[in-house]
Design a protein around this ligand. Structure first.
Ligand code: A3P
Length: 288
């Protein structure tokens, strides 16, 4: 395993030692009480988390971009597993939006008996792999990977932050039949953003006018987000801002894996996918 020195293992899942705190995560799991009006953006990293945070924020502000431009995303939708993010929540009476990458078995238990809603965004894991390697190699807190092959192996073995993609999705997928869980894909956001935004509104019981929906779409487009995702310059040092923009808003396309995988890697990946996803409804994700 390359570059594992930044990991902290919690119940077998690799987390990030510089931002995660085992005691906090355990406390959240046992004690955090979700309210019925809470909404959580849930993803495996690099699946379109920030895109969905943006869409959700814009739906809540009825398409008005003022909120997304003036308040950083980690304050609008704090990460449950990050202690410093959650400390802010205590001071805000009206915080109902959250984000998380936690696998189901580490998530706060109260969710499973509450009416709080999860928006789960899944993405083609081959594209996640490419996006995640880029993130690792361009974000200063991580040492870079020496080769694509090394990261390819670590990804397939789950030696990456939040562990195996296969375990993450298999842990959460059974929830898709619950009323308070909406399964979405990065690919459907691409294919028809309007239909997906309307689906999210319906799930959340939010009624937006045609004009407001159009504004959500416009302000959640790749180019607009790239320009203002970190608008709040006082909060983010210039250097971090530069690298964050590079890693969070890279290409924003489907199928980029084809530019990176060799034929052998594609075959190895497909074989593992078939083995690990056996028994899962193969029609759920029409990924290539
Ligand atoms: P790429 O690296 O493939 O470009 P996350 O937010 O979970 O870290 O995911 C990041 C990925 O989502 C990046 O993928 C990024 O470009 C993509 N993304 C973010 N906003 C997007 C948008 N508005 N439209 C399309 N893709 C977007």
């Amino acid at each position: 395993m390359e570059n594992s020195n930044k990991f902290l293992f919690f119940k077998g899942v690799p987390l990030l030692s510089h931002i995660h705190d085992v005691e906090h995560i355990q406390r959240m799991q046992d004690e955090f009480e979700f309210q019925d009006e809470d909404v959580i953006v849930m993803t495996y990293p690099k699946s379109g988390t920030h895109w969905m945070i943006h869409i959700l924020s814009l739906i809540y502000s009825k398409g008005d971009p003022t909120w997304v431009k003036s308040v950083p995303y980690w304050e609008r939708c704090p990460w449950i597993e990050i202690k410093t993010n959650m400390e802010n929540v205590k001071n805000k009476a009206n915080s109902h939006l959250f984000t998380s990458h936690l696998p189901a078995h580490l998530f706060p238990k109260s969710y499973f008996t509450s009416k709080a809603k999860i928006l789960y965004v899944a993405r083609n894991p081959k594209d996640i792999l490419v996006s995640a390697l880029h993130f690792r190699n361009h974000f200063p807190i991580f040492p870079s990977y020496s080769t694509f092959e090394h990261f390819f192996e670590d990804f397939l073995q789950g030696n990456v932050p939040f562990g195996s993609w296969f375990d993450h999705i298999k842990g959460w997928l059974p929830m898709r039949h619950s009323e308070n869980f909406l399964l979405l894909t990065y690919e459907e956001l691409h294919q028809n953003l309007k239909v997906t935004v309307e689906k999210v509104c319906q799930f959340l019981g939010k009624e937006l006018s045609e004009e407001e929906i159009n504004s959500v779409m416009e302000n959640a487009s790749f180019q607009v987000m790239k320009n203002h995702i970190l608008e709040n310059k006082e909060l983010v040092p210039a250097e971090d801002m530069k690298s964050l923009k590079i890693v969070l808003m890279r290409k924003g396309i489907c199928g980029d894996w084809k530019n990176h995988f060799t034929v052998t890697q594609m075959e190895t990946f497909n074989k593992q996918y078939q083995e690990k996803m056996k028994g899962m409804d193969q029609n759920l994700f029409p990924w290539d």
